[in-house]
Ligand binder design. Structure first.
Ligand SMILES: Nc1nc2c(ncn2[C@@H]2O[C@H](COP(=O)(O)OP(=O)(O)OP(=O)(O)O)[C@@H](O)[C@H]2O)c(=O)[nH]1
Ligand SMILES: [Mg+2]
Length: 1117
């Protein structure tokens, strides 16, 4: 097929029923780009000889060098299936975990996906991840089992063994899908039950004949479309490198003609336990039991195996010729003479079983078109969390119809989603590209040049004349002009233009049209109320938060490395848009209707964790770096660029490969300067643990250890601060008074159980929503929260309650005051102040009356409530060990007194202060709710007056005191560092297994389990490894195993480092064992000191105290 013309593609774009938007997803190196090559070659864009070698969609230089894809890129292909023409918008995505955010951006724009699985490696971690992503986005997958040639040539399996191997792979893939499906059904079922329960309650029917229905709902749920099976037509077996692939349909077709069996019968029996009884001319069941060859082996695999055998293994010329003749394919003489047998093989196979045809016809038949978008998916895309879909404004709900209609009519609202921004060299844009000139243009230019020449001649002449008249140098003006224009055009050369990677969900995108850009926080209800009715993007509109107006300067068809300019793009197509770089940072929703809600944010699988500080080699180039980093931030969906409090410019990436790509981009495209990059900044967390029961030499500790800690604390306290404001009791309760002595807080730090920390970590989104809801309740607004959110919050609370058991935690969940840092972190503030009541954190779960009651009480203290929370937030944001955030710590406030300021006039405060010596005893009302209720308004005014003392406002002092109290309370417990951990799965052969273990051991890695992949000689090792030790890990493994094993590191969790960084010998035995200086290697101390040094904090280091020249005895003689 020749190169499809642009006109043809434009025509195809208008028929959404025949459009398929799909992406190729897989684990790294399973052959996505190679497969894409074969599909691209079918359109004549690249030669079919080069397909599989060129990796056309890997257009970046580093992608070609490293051999992995780093950016997802799209291409539009034409395919004729039967009598219908189809337009396929194909997106190739990267498989490396570091770039999984690129997968998210691709998946959002598609309706279907091709999942590629390597026939040898089977289901790998990223395969599971992409299946999950496809599921979460409600897009339909089809499967390509690739690299079948490896089963023949590398593993040397027989066709029978290969069949059972393929069966196993299918089972694995289906197991992943099955698990996703089951969890969804369970969730729906729970929701349904809840609804029914509520309805029942409402109608108050208590019928006696209630029957309990214990089915999980799985029986009724429709899963017929769900699983991959060759007889369903959603599986293709392929070898992308050799250019062949087939689905069962193709063979059913071939054999129905050859053997006269009905194609439908073959379709049902070609895959499965069926065999051919040649005598009876029948297809029978039970091949395995009778020791017969399955039909699939007999009719399909055997043919392929014998072809490989003849062409590649034995190079049997005669047989090859026979095969060529029987298959009726044409092979060029130079192919059959080629020294590499693979050339001949792919020449035969690509005609016999063309891969593109197999895959593309499956795509056209099995994947949905944009018209088939389900209402469920639309509601999911449009839902403004945490609101209910049906509580959105009516106009917004009406837009759902526009989505479902998928029409490009003139009066349809335009809705576009931009999933990422990518940078293109300005000179590579179609409008700046050089193109061949037409005859007329050449003539026109010739004429212009002639004119210019004539003008110049004339100017010279007049200049010569005027010079002779006035003696002025000639042509100096024009020279200046030329210089100026030259300078102007210089920066144009190497500029970058941002193009949005987007899809039209409704209406038609037209070049030059103005649209509303809706940020992720835009609220359609608010927007509609603020904008005049019927306002359009091209009118002058008032300022609305998170809404801006932008014009789409150019529209492009994405063709891999090339862009083609278009005037309009109708609904259902993937496109590129220029002109949004001012308004869109990474992703956005565009619409002509202000009623449109922003789409739900993309769900990213990888957490950016690897940070480095960057600075220019020449300090004067700072502005260039800042600009470059801004561009980089816009061009990468997951990289984060920030300026730390220390003033450093920091880049946060998902992993080493991603970091390398970002730095390359920064050097070569965005900043174009030399930069120096710091060592990776490794994140840590600080926590407290329960006092250990045994000491470092495994002796039972008993009380003595505790005593040592307290002793140490007392010492510290007496050294550092004036002890009259700070008091630490033997149980670790810290009492601190503000400098003006008006307020006192007592705080204790308690380690949270590990499961609670995990729960808090995984529920950050929910806690944030909870905080948002509480905030609006505090402001007196009411929100219409979706029942799903409420249920999630209730579930979260119940989980917390079940995890926080025991005497120590009695009623703790009800008393939670706040989470921190940033109000949603994994630390808890508990309110154990006797008599102090505040609105519960869980008030949205419907205990409004209690909250009202609480409001009446203690209004004065409640005014300062926020200061305590702020102090807690500050304390948890940076801990005392090395100023890293805290994790898994609970601070319980056990006493909080504010001296009744009603008795004090400002003057008195000062007087009181000057007289004051001992601890505060009188004038203090414990849990002073009564006092405050008495005349809270008056008291508040007094407090304000009192706050004018020399120490500054009360609230400020309280924040500082709370923060200090938390830090001291933290230090009163055994402190530990927590390290970020990666998990990695390494696939290695038996020979290199030992070396892999060696590298893991050296880097403090821990092997979780090891198993052998069935049917291969590969071992799969699952291990965890501290992030701090991971730099260069992948490279080292690759080198040590000569490239046979390559691990993928994914951030998994935080883990407490067991050694105590503040450890000093406390018992006799420890003293004997470790000596006075305790200078044996302490990993935690090393980490802590490294962080402190980096942050410019004081590092307590033992400098050699008693230096003595070391002598070697033998030389001393
Ligand atoms: N033997 C064999 N090798 C293949 C086949 N398909 C691809 N490969 C090889 O596998 C390697 C990876 O192929 P790619 O197409 O770059 O893989 P990818 O999935 O795009 O990789 P990423 O984009 O990095 O995730 C290349 O060396 C290919 O030549 C196949 O069918 N058989
Ligand atoms: Mg690739």
């Amino acid at each position: 097929m020749g190169h499809t013309s642009l006109e043809k593609i434009i025509a195809l774009q208008r028929n959404p029923a025949n459009i398929r938007n799909l992406c190729i997803l897989a684990h790294v190196d399973h052959g996505k780009t190679t497969l894409a090559d074969c599909l691209v070659a079918s359109n004549g864009i690249i030669s079919s000889r080069l397909a599989g070698k060129l990796r056309y969609l890997d257009s970046r230089e580093d992608e070609q060098i490293r051999g992995i894809t780093m950016k997802s890129s799209a291409i539009s292909l034409h395919y004729r299936n039967g009598d219908q023409d189809y337009l396929l918008n194909l997106i190739d995505s990267p498989g490396h975990v570091d770039f999984s955010s690129e997968v998210s951006t691709a998946v959002r724009l598609c309706d279907g996906a091709i999942i590629v699985v390597d026939a040898v490696e089977g289901v790998c971690p990223q395969t599971q991840a992409v299946l999950r992503q496809a599921w979460l986005e409600n897009i339909r997958p089809v499967l390509v089992i690739n690299k079948i040639d490896r089963l023949i040539l590398e593993l040397k399996l027989t066709s029978q063994e290969a069949y059972s191997h393929l069966q196993k792979i299918l089972e694995q893939v289906n197991a992943v899908t099955g698990a996703l499906f089951t969890s969804k059904v369970m969730e729906e079922r729970a929701e349904k039950e809840k609804k029914e329960e509520e309805e029942e309650k409402e109608s108050d029917i208590l019928s006696g004949d209630q029957v309990y229905d214990w089915s999980a709902g799985l029986e009724e749920a429709d899963d017929s479309q769900l699983y991959f099976s060759p007889d369903q037509g959603n599986v293709v077996f392929a070898s992308a490198v050799d250019g062949w692939g087939f689905s069962i349909q193709q063979f059913a077709h071939i054999y129905s003609q050859k053997m006269g069996i009905k194609a439908e019968v073959l379709l049902k029996t070609l895959w499965g336990d069926f065999y051919l009884n040649a005598k009876a001319k029948k297809i029978m069941k039970g091949a395995q039991a009778k020791g017969k060859k399955q039909l699939f082996v007999h009719l399909v695999l055997d043919n392929i195996w014998s072809l490989y055998d003849a062409v590649v293994t034995r190079r049997d010329k005669e047989k090859v010729e026979k095969v060529i003749a029987s298959l009726g394919v044409k092979v060029l003489a130079r192919d059959s003479r080629h020294s590499d047998p693979k050339v001949l093989l792919s020449a035969i196979c690509s005609q016999w079983l063309p891969l593109a045809q197999a895959v593309l016809s499956m795509v056209c038949e099995k994947l949905p078109s944009p018209i088939d978008m389900t209402a469920e998916r639309v509601e999911k895309l449009m839902s403004v969390w945490p609101l209910r879909f049906d509580s959105l404004p009516e106009q917004t709900q009406e837009l759902k119809r526009a989505f479902l209609q998928c029409s490009s009519g003139e009066n349809q609202p335009l809705i576009i989603f931009v999933s990422k921004m990518f940078a293109v060299d300005t000179k590579a844009l179609p409008q700046n590209r050089q193109r061949p000139l037409t005859q007329e243009e050449i003539a026109q230019r010739r004429e212009l040049a002639r004119q210019r020449h004539a003008d110049r001649m004339a100017a010279d002449q007049t200049a010569a004349e005027s010079q002779s008249h006035e003696g002025q140098p000639a042509g100096c003006d024009s020279a200046k002009m030329e210089g100026l224009t030259l300078k102007d055009s210089q920066p144009e050369e190497d500029q970058q233009t941002f193009v949005a990677f987007a899809r039209v969900y409704s209406g038609v995108a037209k070049k030059g049209r103005r649209v509303f850009v809706l940020g992720p926080k835009y609220d359609p209800a608010r927007g509609l109320s603020m904008l005049p009715e019927g306002s359009r993007a091209w009118d002058h509109v008032p300022a609305v938060p998170h809404l801006s107006v932008c014009s789409m300067d150019s529209l492009y068809l994405l063709m891999g490395r090339e862009l083609e300019e278009l005037d309009e793009v109708p609904v259902g197509n993937v496109l590129g848009i220029r002109g949004l770089e001012e308004c869109v940072l990474k992703s956005a929703t565009l619409s002509t209707s202000p009623a449109c809600p922003p789409f739900i944010p993309l769900n990213f699988e990888a957490t950016p964790i690897l940070r480095v500080a960057i600075e220019p080699k020449h300090p004067s180039e700072m502005p260039k770096l800042v600009r470059g980093m801004r561009l980089l931030n816009q061009a990468d969906p997951c990289a984060e660029v920030l300026i730390q409090e220390t003033g450093e410019h920091v880049l946060v990436t998902a992993g080493e490969v991603h970091l390398q790509r970002c730095l390359d981009d920064l050097r070569k495209r965005f900043a174009k300067i030399e930069i120096s990059v710091s060592e990776p900044i490794i994140p840590f967390r600080e926590t407290v643990v329960r006092p250990p029961k045994v000491d470092m030499v495994n002796e039972d500790l008993g009380k003595q250890h505790k005593v040592a800690i307290i002793h140490q604390l007392k010492e510290e306290a007496s050294h550092g601060r004036p002890s009259d404001t700070l008091h630490v009791d033997h149980s670790g309760l810290v009492t601190l008074t503000t400098p003006n002595r008006l307020a006192t807080v007592s705080v204790r730090a308690i380690p949270l159980p590990q499961e609670v920390t995990c729960l808090l970590e995984s529920s950050t989104e929910l806690i944030r929503t909870l905080e948002q809801v509480n905030m609006s309740l505090r402001e007196g607004k009411s929100l219409d929260i979706s029942p799903r959110t409420l249920e999630a919050i209730a579930g979260f609370k119940a989980q917390l309650e079940s995890l926080l058991q025991g005497r120590k935690w009695r009623n703790a969940v009800e008393h939670i005051w706040a989470f921190g840092p940033r109000r949603y972190g994994p630390n808890i503030l508990l309110n154990l102040v006797e008599g102090y009541q505040r609105p519960s954190l869980w008030q949205c779960l419907g205990r409004g009356d209690q909250a009202g009651e609480a409001r009446a009480q203690a209004a004065g203290m409640r005014d300062l409530d926020n200061s305590i929370v702020s102090g807690f937030q500050l304390a948890t944001l940076s801990g005392p060990m090395c100023e890293e955030p805290l994790m898994g710590v609970c601070f319980s406030v056990e006493r909080w007194d504010i001296q009744s300021a009603s008795l004090l006039q400002p003057q008195d405060v000062l007087d009181e202060h000057s007289k004051f010596h001992g601890p505060i005893t009188d004038n203090r009302v414990e849990g002073s709710s009564e006092t405050w209720t008495a005349g809270s308004c008056q008291a508040r005014r007094r407090l304000q007056a009192a706050s004018a003392d020399c120490y500054g406002p009360v609230s400020g002092q309280l924040i500082a005191a709370m923060k200090e109290a938390c830090r001291h309370a933290f230090q009163a417990q055994p402190q530990r560092l927590m390290a970020a951990m990666y998990t990695c799965e390494i696939m290695a052969t038996a020979e290199v297994l030992g070396r892999v273990y060696g590298v893991l051991g050296k880097r403090e890695g821990r092997v979780l389990h090891e198993e052998m992949k069935e049917g291969t000689d590969m071992f799969i090792i699952k291990a965890v490894l501290p992030v701090a030790e991971s730099f260069g890990f992948a490279d080292e493994i690759r080198k040590r195993t000569s490239g046979l094993a390559s691990p993928q590191l994914v951030f998994s969790h935080w883990e407490v480092i067991s050694s105590d960084p503040c450890w000093v010998p406390t018992t006799e035995e420890e003293y004997l064992h470790f000596g006075e200086k305790a200078d044996s290697a302490n990993q935690a101390l090393k980490y802590m000191n490294a962080v402190r040094r980096r942050k410019g904090l004081y590092v307590e280091e033992k400098i050699v105290e008693h230096a003595e020249k070391q002598r070697t005895l033998s030389k001393n003689k």
